[in-house]
Design a protein around this ligand. Sequence first.
Ligand code: 4AD
Ligand code: MG
Length: 478
Amino acid sequence: MFGRQYISTLLVTQPVGEDVTVKGWVRTFRNNQFIAINDGSCQETIQAVLEMGQFDEETVKNIAPGSAIGVKGQLVESQGRGQVVEIKVDDLKIYGNSPADAYPLQPKRHSLEFLRENAHLRFRTNTFGAIFRIRHLASFAIHKFFHERGFYYLHTPIITGSDAEGAGEMFRVTALDPKNPPLDDSGEVDYSKDFFGNETNLTVSGQLEAELGALSLGNVYTFGPTFRAENSNTTRHLAEFWMIEPEIAFADLGDNMQLAEDLLKYVIEFVINNAPSELSFLENRLIQEEKQKPQHERSEMSLMDKLKFCVQNEFQRLTYTEAIDILKNCKPNKKKKFQFVIDEWGADLQSEHERYLVEKHFKKPVILFDYPKNIKAFYMRSNDDGKTVAAMDILFPGIGEIVGGSQREERLEILKERMAEMDIPEHELDWYLDIRKYGSCPHAGFGLGFERLVQFLTGMGNIRDAIPFPRFPGHVRF
Ligand code: 4AD
Ligand code: MG
């Protein structure tokens, strides 16, 4: 294809004796003779060997880390160690040279911060090649999973007039002139004169629209970008991230938890089976990184162990109330080691609490359910106790919350009461209420943060390294 063969294919089929053509980017060039080429098709490089004096000096000078080249020649068994086959070069073409002294990616270890600043070039590194191939595999596996289970992929809007989570952390979308906006009688910006005749924002979630689809198509899922203007400068938050949101008709919270657990296990297993080189590269990278840490902070499990552990074990299910009891009585809480000490039922859990439950107490993924209604969104189904809602969060080691979901309030009157309690005007969500008037049914769904999943799969410590071009407060380069 494209006048070239993929290195991934050649390393598997090994057609020794045949002429092959490889095009890619130089990783290293040793002794003016041995070129390591990577073409993005896999983690590995292929070695292309020149004979001394085969090409003029000018050509050889243009072979340097980063340059784009094509080589043609016979595939032969390698004389040297470290590779089984190599290419004995007959023809060489330099597509784009890369001045050796100026190329920012020198053959040495670069810090992740440096690479983030140079996110346009970091694809060229082994680490980010591995991450983005895994990111692809994970998104492919997600579509495959849902397709096999009879779910339809639904595209929900990016620009929206509603605030799904009711958290008010939205980016405004407007076509008005910021220097001279139209004003109404009371001096406020008059959004009725704006492009859509209304205030609009970037969506924080496709859930409400997905619910409408599910109540006719049966099972749907979204997989799209979502935006949050929360000023969270953490290793787990992005201002622009991708979310997977299935919505299932005639389902309750138990079905919802099962679907989420099945999905996570399916995707992890798919990546284990399809990215062995990437995972082993990232695992070694982590081992090196761990060595820099003091003994007591080092992880007991390797990346592969962690992934397999998740696939092989049932997630621990317990209610919020049970979790609070564990947390109230745990050592770090009693010794006030938590930044937020848990002293009563109703407290919102912070990531330190979530991670304690997962990493210290249960030592496995945890599904918490039946949360106090006061800390959850308006659309979650009220439980009979009058205090809790049928919500669930899945907590993962090293990540904390990876999934958040619930059974939805399908009863019109109760939903209206909840909205009134939370000051959500009915007229803003008339369409959402309509679906409760015309053939409402029990339904449930959840949101899986895609970058948090990629973070888990790759073992990266910072979510900014799980997406090609991260957006976070103060950063919008590229
Ligand atoms: O818990 P959240 O806010 O739930 C919702 O948006 C629901 N509407 C989902 C649903 O029921 N359909 O977000 C869901 C998940 C979180 O568990 C987390 O993994 C991820 O989205 N997430 C973020 N990921 C990266 N950066 C952020 N700022 C995130 N906020 C949430
Ligand atoms: Mg949540």
